[in-house]
Every structure is written in structure tokens, then in C-alpha cells.
Design a protein around this ligand. Sequence first.
Ligand SMILES: Nc1ncnc2c1ncn2[C@@H]1O[C@H](COP(=O)(O)OP(=O)(O)O)[C@@H](O)[C@H]1O
Ligand SMILES: [Mg+2]
Length: 260
Amino acid sequence: MDEPVLRSLGLTIRFGGLVALDQVDLEVRAGEIVAVIGPNGAGKSTLFNIITGVYGPTEGRVWFDGKDITGRPTHEIVARGIARTFQASRLFADLSVLDNVVLGLHTRTTTNVLEAMLLPGRSRRELARAAATAEGILEQIGGNLFEQRKRRASELAQADRRRLEIARALASQPKLLLLDEPTAGMDDNDTDALIEDVRKLKADRSDMAIVVVEHDMRLVAALPERVVVLDYGRKIADADFDTVRRDPRVQEAYLGSSAS
Ligand SMILES: Nc1ncnc2c1ncn2[C@@H]1O[C@H](COP(=O)(O)OP(=O)(O)O)[C@@H](O)[C@H]1O
Ligand SMILES: [Mg+2]
């Protein structure tokens, strides 16, 4: 059976009088890359917030891996295999690049890594193992992050910080990776490099699905198999890039307000 890894049905959330998501149905299959685009305020980040349990929907349900995860707490959802990056960076600026990834591992290790860091000698072996795993992830992500593993996260260039966020998300070995505007603040060269990073990632982890919220049309044209368009909380298109691009409703949505 080709059961989708992620499915939502009738997803709706109201913030006071504002309907931020309105009856959104979504399906993402294992290994698929889906882009979610739409004007500023369309509900893209809110969709991620509901999938990851930050908010419970007013109506509708979300299934992951065949299980209903609607309104479950975030830590449980992460442990089940969904990882995300945020539109605004949430790295530990004063920790090293390596330690930021090590912290991302803690959902999958038996001992709490944070505890182990605070109590040296207690589980040195586990920490060493975690560091080795984190180094492997840094080697995989590219952009010289491995070579920069001992630097503080705050010292990284903007593009490397974005890469590090992805590396940290990967540490939890997700089945579904949610990327919220990963190219924000990047120039064209960095965007091209990120596209390559994600392609490589996909080649290495063929079963992992990726949903990427993006405004950069280079990336949207290059990466995803499918593009979902949100406008005022409604899904107005769900097809391949060329079909979506020619859709009059999509064109109208983008002409009617500033693209984001
Ligand atoms: N916690 C919240 N409380 C009130 N309104 C919110 C909240 N989160 C998002 N919104 C509103 O929901 C709409 C969609 O926001 P968002 O999902 O961040 O848009 P996008 O990511 O597509 O730019 C916006 O109008 C935003 O102001
Ligand atoms: Mg957003």
C-alpha cells in the first residue's frame, strides 16, 4: 500500500476572527519533496506549527505514518519522526556547531544528551558516540560545516547557519523534514548550493520526505516533485511546478499581494 507518510484532512485554524488555515487537505508520500508556496500570511508557517503540535487545529486532523497525531505534544511528534527548521533561526548561538547537532540527537539517544553534557563522566561513551554521529551528519550536509565544527554557531555565515539548522534537524533521523524558508537571507550562489545540499540529502536518505516552505522560485522550480499553493489559508493549487505556474488562480494570488 502506498500510504502517505503525512496526511491532513480539513485542517482549519482560527486565531480570533482570522482563519489562518481553511480546510486544507494535504498528502505527502515517503521520499517525496513538496514545496508549499503562497503570499505572505497565507498560512505556510501555521501549517508547520499544526503538523508539529505547536497549535492544535480548530478543525481537521493530521496523520503521520498512519497514526493520528492531531494536537499531540511537540516532543512526541519529534520522537515519531518529524523534524523542522524555523523561519527565524533557533540555533544555540554560543554553542559550537558540533554541539548544536549533538543537541538535536537527544530525541533518539537513551540518555538525555543535555544531562550528559552537564554531568561529565556519567555517560562519556554515549557522548562520544553522539559526537561521532553528529560529525557524520556535518560531513554529509556540506558547506565546510564539518571543518567549522568547533566554531561557535554565532560565528557562521548566514548560509552556514541555515545549513546547521538542517543538520540539527537531521540529527533526529526524521522520516519527514519540514524546512521553513531555508533560503531566507541567501544570495543566488548560496541558494544554488542549498539546492545541491538538499539533492544530496535526498540521494542519501531516499525514504525521507521533505516539505519546504519557500519563496525563491529557483528552488521551487528545481527541487520539488509537487507544489502546493496556499492563499488566505486555502489550498488553491496542488500540482507540478509547470501546471501551478500557469494556473490563473495562482497568478492572481501572487499579483494581488506581494509574493513571499
Ligand atoms: N499565534 C498566532 N496568533 C494570531 N495570529 C497568527 C498566529 N500565527 C499566525 N497568525 C496569523 O495567521 C496568518 C498566517 O500566518 P503564517 O502562517 O505565519 O503565514 P506565512 O508563513 O504563510 O507567511 C497571518 O495572518 C498571521 O498573522
Ligand atoms: Mg512563514
